[in-house]
Design a protein around this ligand. Sequence first.
Ligand SMILES: C[S@@+](CC[C@H](N)C(=O)[O-])C[C@H]1O[C@@H](n2cnc3c(N)ncnc32)[C@H](O)[C@@H]1O
Length: 203
Amino acid sequence: MKTDWNKRYSVEEYVYGKQPNYFFRTVMDTLSPGKILLPAEGEGRNGVYAACRKWDVMAFDSSPVARQKALKLAGENGVEINYHVCDYPDFNCHESVFDAIAFIYAHLPDKQKHTYYRRLFLCLKTGGKVIFEAFSKNQQKYQLDDPQAGGPRDPGMLFSKEEVEEIFTGFALLKLEEEKILLSEGPGHTGYASVVRCVAEKI
Ligand SMILES: C[S@@+](CC[C@H](N)C(=O)[O-])C[C@H]1O[C@@H](n2cnc3c(N)ncnc32)[C@H](O)[C@@H]1O
């Protein structure tokens, strides 16, 4: 799995582009800067955007190739991000440190997503926000029509709205929607897509 991502990222171009994810940017633009955690950050597009807006950025991803590209992108933008190469369970999770956590296309196998996500919620301060966007179960329809459509092919890694609601049990849900969107995020995310978007506040 890790090898697959390293191979995917071993090209000059940025697989999901250098611009931040639209939903992430839209929500971030409403928040005051603080400390943010970006799990499965990939090539750094979101962390670099946050750092440019004066956030203190901590990121991790299991791919060292992704980290290299993220640090290069940070350098191009004259900012710094703190980026660890590690797997979800190995991230050193101290309690109540972050003002925000953003899971952007941070897909995981069915058996892991609930546990790994909820463990990271411990790092969030009370009142802290979680920003979440990922492909929904309905993305399978787009994948059938178009082999280039984004998202994991394992249906267990896709999300239903109900499942996201369950993951965020105990949070105030400020937004939870399944939406059809037009993705234009580098060669990796193009065309129509079905996603779940959520903004949740730790109470
Ligand atoms: C679809 S990419 C999304 C990257 C980034 N969040 C973005 O939106 O540009 C998924 C990322 O998850 C990372 N990943 C997959 N499984 C992981 C795991 N168990 N622990 C840490 N990172 C993982 C991959 O290396 C990859 O960079």
